[in-house]
Structure formats: C-alpha cells, structure tokens
Design a protein around this ligand. Structure first.
Ligand SMILES: *[C@@H]1O[C@H](CO)[C@@H](O)[C@H](O)[C@H]1NC(C)=O
Ligand SMILES: *[C@@H]1O[C@H](CO)[C@@H](O)[C@H](O)[C@H]1NC(C)=O
Ligand SMILES: *[C@@H]1O[C@H](CO)[C@@H](O)[C@H](O)[C@H]1NC(C)=O
Ligand SMILES: *[C@@H]1O[C@H](CO)[C@@H](O)[C@H](O)[C@H]1NC(C)=O
Ligand SMILES: *[C@@H]1O[C@H](CO)[C@@H](O)[C@H](O)[C@H]1NC(C)=O
Length: 395
C-alpha cells in the first residue's frame, strides 16, 4: 500500500515535472540544467536553495558536469531542523557562521555517483561527498536514508537532472551531533588569474616579422612545444633576423650552416635556452653588473651592462637590446641584435631533451659528426673570435 501510493505520487509528480514544474533533461547531450537550477525552480526546495547559497555552495551545485545523487530535503525538512535549532537558541545562520557546518551538512546529502531508487539495497552503506561520513539505506518501508543520529524518507524519487539524480527527502540528514559535524574546508581556490593567457612566447615570436629567423631556429631545434607553454613566466632575449644573418655569415665562413648546429648535437637548442632567463625581468629590473642565470643552467650566466643602453654579455660576446619590455602574458621579451653564445661552440653543451630518459652520453663519448670534431678546437677559437669581432664591429 505504501509502495503503490508512493508510486502514484511519483507518477503525479513526474507528470508535473514533464509539464515544466521541474526542468527535465530532454536533451541528453547538451546539459542545460544544473542541480542548483533544478532546486531553484522547485517550490518545495526553496529553503534548500537558500541554504546552498548561504553555505557558499551555489557554484558547486551549478556545475553542469556533475554526475551525482543529491538528496534534497524539502521545506518541511528544513523547518524541522529550524525548530530543533531554535530549541537550542540557534538559527540556520549559526550553522553557516563561523564554521560553515551547513556546507558539511549539504555535502552529506551528495552521493558521488547517480543512484536510482531501484538500485538502493536494503542495509547498504553509501559514502557521501562529506569525506568519511556514510549513509545507510533502509528499504523496509519505502526508501529511507539513515544516519547515526537521524533519518529521512524519500518523498519523490529519481528526478533526473542531466547526469545526476535527485531524490527529494523528508528531513535534513545530520552526519553527527551538531557539535561533532566537521567544519567545512573549501577546496583551495585557484589563484586569481588576471586574465587568461592566450598567447605563448612561440605565438608572439611567430607573429613578429623581426623574429622570423628565431621562429625557424626554434622549430628546427625542436623547442616549439617548450616555447608554446602558456604557463611560462620567463624572460626571453629574442635575437632579431639581422642577428641570425650575422651568425649564418660567420658559420658560412667556416663552411658551416645553421643546420650543423642542430644535427647531431642540437647545440642550437642549448643556445636558445641560453636566451631564456627563468623569471620575467623588465628593463627597469636590470641593474648594471647583475649576473643572471639562464635556462641553459646556473653555470651559464649573462651579465647585464647598462653603461650605454642595455646589453647582455656572455663570456664570448654580447648583444644590445633593441626593443625592451615586450609583454607576452606573464613573460617579458627583449629583442636583441646578436645571438648570444654561452661558450666557444665546442664547449656549448649538447641539448638533452627533458623527456629523454636515456642517460646523456658521457663527456668522453665519441661524437663522430660533432662540430667540434669537424673543425677542431683551434677552428672554434677562430669561430668565436670571428663572431665576436663581427658582432663587436656592429656595436
Ligand atoms: C535561550 O535564550 C533564552 C533568552 O536569551 C534563555 O532564557 C534560554 O535559557 C536559552 N536556552 C538555551 C537552551 O540556551
Ligand atoms: C564508509 O563506507 C565505506 C564503504 O562504502 C567504508 O569503507 C568506510 O569504512 C565507511 N566509513 C565509515 C566512517 O563508516
Ligand atoms: C516534505 O515531505 C513530507 C514527507 O512526505 C511531507 O509531509 C511534506 O508535506 C513535504 N513538505 C513540502 C513542503 O513539500
Ligand atoms: C670550406 O670549403 C671549401 C671548399 O670545400 C674549402 O676550400 C675551404 O678550405 C673550406 N674552409 C674552411 C674554413 O674549412
Ligand atoms: C657597469 O658595470 C661595469 C662593470 O661590470 C662597469 O665597467 C661600468 O662602468 C658600469 N656602468 C655603470 C653605468 O655603472
């Protein structure tokens, strides 16, 4: 008898729901109704809506991607709680401030997966969104949820809200005596982002005509992904096209091309990393004589020289800033007029990609086609001297 009357009641309510009293998930694919929306549009859940808002969980229950079971105490359920609180000289507001036990109570009404009433097993223990606090199912006389301190009957079962299921229940379920209910700890809010970063350093370089050659070398050196990371917060010294032309000319005088700096040792990648400083530095942050580490490693530093404009000095050459303080999200780019070399070419470390799990070749390993072997160390000295002379002569 209880079952048939509750079935009839369910049917009537279902029809009401279909008539629009409660939003239904007609479009399965695009979910347009959140649990909060559904609660808001259901008159008998007006107090639940208020408590969700007071407890600061509106956003939580507005997430349309939720796939949970929400047990929704109707207004009579909240009235009973208010009466009980009043007998202790407390109001609902006192459950919110200062400890937000209200939020813990609400989370206790969430089951982390959608469960239809037909799937509720008598005696089953069900975990809730309030970690460490369970509910027990009692189906002896219609579905009922039992806590260590009270219980609630299902008034209206199986209301589908997108991928979630809502059961309206008769009482507010308490996970423990009020003083023992855990205080609510909101999940750490993500640090407020000033604005979402939509441009990577690679995007910025690609969009800058003066840095066309730099883009080509980034691509060839396999660092496109590295510089496409939108979460970077670094300084990039971007050699302009003229800087690369000068380098190419010097290489050509030694029968080398840029390609020889990439294959086989990818010294080009190491050179590019030498143009990255691991924090964003505006020109106003640059003090004369300061030594800054680079992405190539703390052993490979650049020295700032502000004597006449801003220059970065390596142990073997230098570059002047031609355009300072180009902001790319949280990064700073300074366009420079020369390709900075961290060391003589033979001493520039080979590039080891971060993902490479294989051990790096030992320093003594034979590098058959390495630039060092092709030219010999005296030729390198010549190369660096020539580069330096060439670049210095531009200054
Ligand atoms: C509630 O407050 C009233 C008036 O302030 C007081 O007389 C009563 O003892 C209090 N009751 C409880 C349960 O604290
Ligand atoms: C809650 O239920 C889970 C299984 O559903 C069980 O592992 C856990 O020990 C229970 N926790 C408490 C506090 O009863
Ligand atoms: C809540 O549910 C109980 C139990 O079915 C019912 O008696 C009461 O009228 C309901 N209250 C509201 C506001 O719908
Ligand atoms: C460059 O190559 C040319 C022709 O192969 C050769 O004559 C010249 O000596 C080479 N120069 C250097 C610096 O290796
Ligand atoms: C900058 O530092 C260099 C030495 O690192 C020094 O020779 C030069 O005079 C300094 N310039 C200024 C403007 O202080």
């Amino acid at each position: 008898m209880a079952i048939s009357s509750s079935c009839l009641r369910g049917l009537v309510i279902s029809l009401l729901l279909l008539a629009g009293a409660f939003p239904t998930s007609q479009a399965q694919d695009t979910c347009t109704t959140s649990i909060y929306d559904a609660v808001s549009s259901t008159p008998e859940l007006s107090k639940l809506k208020t408590v969700i808002e007071l407890a600061g969980l509106k956003d939580t229950f507005s997430d349309k991607s939720l796939e949970i079971t929400a047990l929704a105490p109707n207004d009579s359920g909240f009235s009973k709680l208010e009466t009980a609180l009043a007998s202790m000289n407390l109001t609902l507001q006192d459950t919110v401030t200062p400890d937000n036990k209200a939020a813990s109570i609400l989370l206790y009404h969430g089951i982390p997966n959608p469960v239809l009433s037909k799937d509720l097993q008598n005696g089953a223990t069900i975990s809730t969104l309030l970690t460490g606090y369970n509910l027990t199912v009692d189906t002896a006389n219609g579905p009922k949820f039992v806590t260590p301190v009270n219980s609630a009957s299902v008034v209206t079962a199986d209301i589908k809200v997108c991928k979630s299921v809502v059961h309206i229940i008769s009482d507010v379920l308490l996970p423990a005596n009020l003083v023992d209910i855990p205080n609510y700890n909101p999940p750490a809010a993500p640090a407020p982002q000033p604005a979402e970063c939509t441009t990577s350093l690679y995007d910025a370089v690609t969009a800058t005509k003066e840095l066309e050659q730099l883009k080509t070398v980034i691509d060839a050196a396999g660092l496109k992904n590295t510089f496409s990371d939108k979460s970077l917060e670094i300084t990039v010294l971007g050699p302009n096209n003229k800087a690369f032309e000068n380098l190419v000319a010097v290489l050509a005088s030694m029968n080398l091309t840029l390609a020889d700096t990439i294959s086989p040792d990818n010294k080009a990648a190491s050179i590019l990393l030498y143009h990255g400083i691991p924090s964003p530095l505006l020109s106003t942050d640059l003090k004369n004589g300061t030594s800054v580490s680079t992405l190539l490693g703390t052993d490979y530093k650049l020295t700032v020289d502000t004597t006449n404009g801003v220059k970065f000095r390596s142990p073997v050459n230098f570059a002047s800033v031609v355009t300072a303080d180009v902001k790319v999200c949280k990064n700073v780019v300074h366009i420079i007029d020369a390709v900075l070399l961290p060391a003589q070419l033979s001493d520039i470390p080979n590039y080891v990609p971060p993902s490479a799990s294989a051990p790096a070749p030992s320093p003594g390993a034979t590098q058959q086609e390495s630039i060092g072997n092709r030219l010999g160390s005296s030729a390198f000295a010549g190369f660096v001297a020539t580069t330096a002379t060439f670049i210095f002569s531009l200054a």
